[in-house]
Design a protein. Sequence first.
Length: 165
Amino acid sequence: MDLIYNQRQIPAEQWRYGLRSSAAVGCGWIATYNALRLLGYRTNIEELIRYFERQLPLIHGNAGTSYWGPYLCFRNWGFPVTLCHRFRDYDRVAGESDVCILFYHWRDGFRLGAHFVALHRQDGIFVGYNTYRNSTGPDRYGPSLQAFLRQRGYFGTVLIAIRNK
């Protein structure tokens, strides 16, 4: 399975996203790509990027991706998908899905940012993809997605739960 584990390793000129590099702002399409791969589907990366860029022109790619972008993609493609805003429901909703995309905000001193990751439950623990700047493979979150998010201090989270067709 050819997953993208670390967007920072994508060369600056490969897979441009809007006016910027995917290494800088591509986490939304990357989470969508990884979720599709985890579900067993193949997709053309360039076509996926164009799909996102057309979905919300001038925003997707230049300012990252809106949190509802991947949700709309999967819904339009016919997947059963749930958008969950209630943090206390994350473990249950994620456990009932085949794969999820998690959107969250992070803070590091005075720096603020947002990020998307694809994740799924495997052998009783949640595993994420493209989580950290230094990720080299799947990232183990542990048995509770809620506990992982609290421990890391992530906030403003939205969970997109996807079931296979």
